[in-house]
Design a protein around this ligand. Structure first.
Ligand SMILES: [Zn+2]
Length: 120
């Protein structure tokens, strides 16, 4: 949405600035004034786009990561237990935070990193 408005404003700014330049080139005191105003409008439009893009860039980008839990099937077969209280934790209590699997226990509220268990 912001890109469409930005593109329109840039084209509008170009049109105003171009028209203003023609008036200035044509010369004459009246034309110079009209040309100056038109170029001014064009510059304001460019400035508005610049401010809009800057405000947009400040917004945090939300990154969604999808993880598949059923890779080898071991997650499903073996119940994941809370290291704090030993309660069985469901898949919905596991979240991916900073690239690591974090387990939030629904029973005791303990948050712990989920590490892959050694196979032996
Ligand atoms: Zn627990």
């Amino acid at each position: 949405m912001i890109k469409i408005i930005g593109t329109l404003a840039i084209f509008g700014g170009l049109a105003f600035a171009g028209l203003g330049a023609i008036f200035i080139i044509a010369g004459g005191s009246d034309n110079m004034l009209v040309g100056g105003i038109l170029v001014g409008i064009g510059l304001i439009l460019f400035l508005a786009v610049y401010m809009m893009v800057r405000a947009d860039a400040k917004r945090p980008t939300h990154v969604t990561q999808n993880i598949q839990m059923s890779g080898s099937g071991e997650f499903r077969e073996k119940a994941i237990q809370c290291p704090g209280c030993g309660g069985n934790v469901a898949e919905k209590d596991i979240k991916l935070i900073d690239g690591g699997l974090m387990l939030t226990c629904p029973f005791c509220g303990k948050v712990s990193a989920l590490e892959e268990q050694p196979k032996w």
